[in-house]
Write a protein that binds this ligand. Structure first.
Ligand SMILES: Nc1ncnc2c1ncn2[C@@H]1O[C@H](COP(=O)(O)OP(=O)(O)O)[C@@H](O)[C@H]1O
Ligand SMILES: Cc1ncc(COP(=O)(O)O)c(C=O)c1O
Ligand SMILES: [Mg+2]
Length: 290
């Protein structure tokens, strides 16, 4: 029997609604991965409501929890680490130490970094020191890096002028260490207004994918977290990077269709669960090169 992969997911938890682990854990489980959720913050709700209650986890708790898993002899079973929304730069450093610890026991373990840097205009609030940490320290250790356009711009230090420019910016990130860069949301001059576009860049090739842009009165949150979680889950289940990319686009689109149909602001993950596991839509990525 094929072994069920294990994934340590280190990102935010919200009590109400879906962002961070609260957007990614259930879908990752639903596609067939054992998830170990480690919550960097516990907030009442995501920050785009403009107000929230709750606390950031003390950064020393991260090594303490990782050591607790080591103490029961399970750390070597960890096949991948995912990191997302961080409450402090110290938490980020503690995660990198944990990744190194896990890779020392299981050299095949993968690390996916979703460099959540915040989006002040949208109300996604992340401390500046976290953005600096992601730019200066995390990218070098990541096997997979999953920025959105703003995060890609921060890495490159500039905005793109075209799709090929985005490709160049993502390729430049490969030189920093990651095996693959998934740009979860592209935005560049000349982009067609009715599409939502993503890019997958690897040493073996690059692919561009377009899916329909859906209309929402208020943009749902947690889509990025859902995207990076499903991508990593499918890679662990044995998909090629390209297959995981195409699956992720389809499953996320299914969630957005369900969310739109329910006129909901929060992602309708529970209602969409069968569609997450078996998307009915399919989007083909097309190879792209200069
Ligand atoms: N197919 C789609 N139609 C409309 N909006 C979408 C679609 N897919 C994703 N979105 C929205 O696009 C935005 C992507 O946000 P962005 O900040 O670029 O990435 P992230 O989700 O990582 O923060 C989110 O507001 C999300 O709700
Ligand atoms: C607590 C929390 N976690 C994670 C996120 C990231 O969500 P997204 O997947 O939309 O980037 C947000 C965004 O506001 C947030 O408030
Ligand atoms: Mg994001």
């Amino acid at each position: 029997m094929k072994r069920t992969p294990h994934l340590l997911a280190i990102q935010s938890h919200v009590v109400f609604g879906h962002a961070g682990n609260s957007a990614a854990v259930f879908p990752m489980q639903r596609v067939g991965v054992n998830v170990w959720p480690l919550n960097t913050v516990q907030f009442s709700n995501h920050t785009q409501y403009g107000q929230w209650a709750g606390e950031v986890l003390a950064s020393q708790q991260i090594p303490a929890l990782v050591e607790g898993i080591a103490a029961i002899g399970e750390l070597g079973n960890c096949d991948a680490v995912l990191s997302g929304y961080l409450g402090s730069a110290d938490q980020g450093r503690a995660i990198l130490t944990g990744v190194a610890r896990i890779k020392a026991i299981n050299p095949k373990a993968l690390y996916l970094c979703d460099p959540v840097m915040g989006h002040p205009e949208k109300g996604c609030i992340v401390p500046q020191e976290v953005s600096d940490f992601l730019l200066d320290e995390a990218a070098a250790m990541a096997d997979f890096l999953c920025p959105n356009q703003l995060e890609l711009d921060s890495f490159a230090g500039r905005k793109p002028q075209s799709l090929f420019d985005c490709l160049g910016m993502a390729k430049a990130l490969l030189a920093r260490g990651p095996k693959a860069v998934l740009v979860k949301h592209l935005d560049y001059p000349g982009k067609l207004p009715d599409g939502f576009e993503m890019l997958l860049v690897t040493a073996d090739g690059s692919w561009h994918l377009r899916r329909p842009l859906l209309a929402f009165p208020r943009q749902p949150v947690g889509v990025g977290d859902l995207t990076s979680g499903l991508f990593l889950a499918r890679v662990l289940l044995g998909d090629s990077l390209l297959a995981a990319f195409e699956f992720t686009a389809a499953a996320v689109h299914e969630v957005l269709l369900e969310t739109q149909a329910c006129a909901s602001y929060e992602l309708e993950l529970v209602r969409a669960q069968d569609r997450i596991a078996h998307p009915r839509v399919r989007f083909e990525a097309t190879p792209i090169s200069f």
